[in-house]
Design a protein around this ligand. Structure first.
Ligand SMILES: NC(=O)c1ccc[n+]([C@@H]2O[C@H](COP(=O)([O-])OP(=O)(O)OC[C@H]3O[C@@H](n4cnc5c(N)ncnc54)[C@H](OP(=O)(O)O)[C@@H]3O)[C@@H](O)[C@H]2O)c1
Length: 296
């Protein structure tokens, strides 16, 4: 069997990457420096690290992922959200160009408008949004981070995900969040379209992309398009939880005018990704059937 290349994984302690490492059984060819060893906001530190640890592949899971906090920084290109999601992506692209490294960058469905005028589900080559006044700042900075990579001439893959679940260790996992919401009696939107990502599917796709250095833009998500309410009802039935309460995204937004704008008509198409990578993703009920027995 061909040996996998050495891979530098950035952001390995996060919700998404920690489950990928688990699914890959923590192999010895993955470098996982913490922020104390390698702060990606420090260009010199990155160059020094790569000189000591030359690698043909980097997977970047680092992101400023707190949407309400990101919104407080709207328009501020000196803020941490911009610096992590755009500045660091641009510098990574530059260093990958200099060192001839294949870069895999994790992105989100928030790079699209999610509005009725430009609704999902989105194909892999759908145009990014470019008006930050209509969307959340997190999504806008992630779109600009993608562009910094796509406009460079490096070998790269952008992999978009949405509402990741499948990590039993971290309670920000979307399925676990939904259980908390049901138990707390919160409402879940039945008019928000989405396609959540099952992390074992992402593990499979990333392994293929990294091992074979397959460039391009890919989507990893479960079909069919659903809503948080439908997803929650399935979980409630399987876990014998309380009746799920219905919410409407527009009513919620009206009552919470200072909250960040949410993707309403979202969702990621995956046909192209599954065909090119020759992988088959779970439907979300299949994924939940597999994952729910692993959590309380
Ligand atoms: N979570 C979601 O709902 C979601 C949805 C769609 C797409 N995504 C994308 O998926 C990727 C991973 O998300 P996630 O939820 O796993 O993120 P996360 O849990 O917030 O983890 C972020 C990781 O980045 C590290 N980090 C932060 N600042 C750093 C710095 N200056 N230098 C080096 N490392 C730094 C963190 O290290 P510490 O632990 O030491 O702080 C952590 O390991 C992101 O690109 C995100 O945009 C996430």
């Amino acid at each position: 069997m061909e040996k996998s290349p050495l891979i530098l994984m950035l952001g390995a302690t996060g919700l998404v990457a920690s489950q990928i490492l688990e699914d890959w059984h923590h192999p010895s060819n993955i470098l996982t420096p913490g922020i104390a060893d390698l702060d990606i906001l420090n260009q010199e530190a990155l160059a020094v690290y790569l000189r000591k640890n030359p690698t043909p592949v980097i997977i970047n899971f680092v992101g400023f992922t707190n949407l309400p906090e990101a919104e407080k920084d709207k328009g501020n290109k000196k803020g941490l959200c911009w610096q992590l999601n755009v500045g660091a992506s641009a510098r990574l692209a530059q260093i990958c160009q200099e060192e001839d490294i294949f870069l895999i960058h994790i992105s989100t469905d928030n790079v699209f408008y999610g509005l009725k005028s430009d609704p999902g589900p989105y194909s892999e080559n759908h145009p990014l949004m470019d008006d930050h006044t209509q969307v959340n700042w997190y999504g806008y900075t992630k779109a600009q981070g993608e562009l910094a990579i796509r406009n460079s001439s490096i070998k790269s893959a952008i992999v978009r995900i949405s509402h990741p679940f499948g990590n039993p260790q971290i309670d920000r996992d979307f399925a676990q969040k939904v259980i908390t919401y049901i138990n707390a009696g919160y409402t879940l939107f039945d008019d928000q379209h989405f396609t959540p990502t099952y992390l074992p599917d992402l593990s499979l796709a990333l392994k293929k992309i990294a091992d074979e250095q397959i460039s391009g833009i890919y989507h990893v998500a479960c079909q069919p398009v659903s809503t948080p309410f439908e997803f929650a009802e399935y979980i409630a039935k399987q876990k014998k939880l309380a009746q799920v309460k219905v919410g409407k995204i527009d009513e919620w937004t009206e009552k919470n005018p200072n909250s960040y704008p949410r993707v309403k008509f979202g969702g990621l198409e995956t046909d192209f990704t599954q065909a090119i990578l020759q992988v088959k993703f779970h439907s979300w009920p299949e994924a939940l059937d597999e994952f729910l027995p692993k959590i309380k």
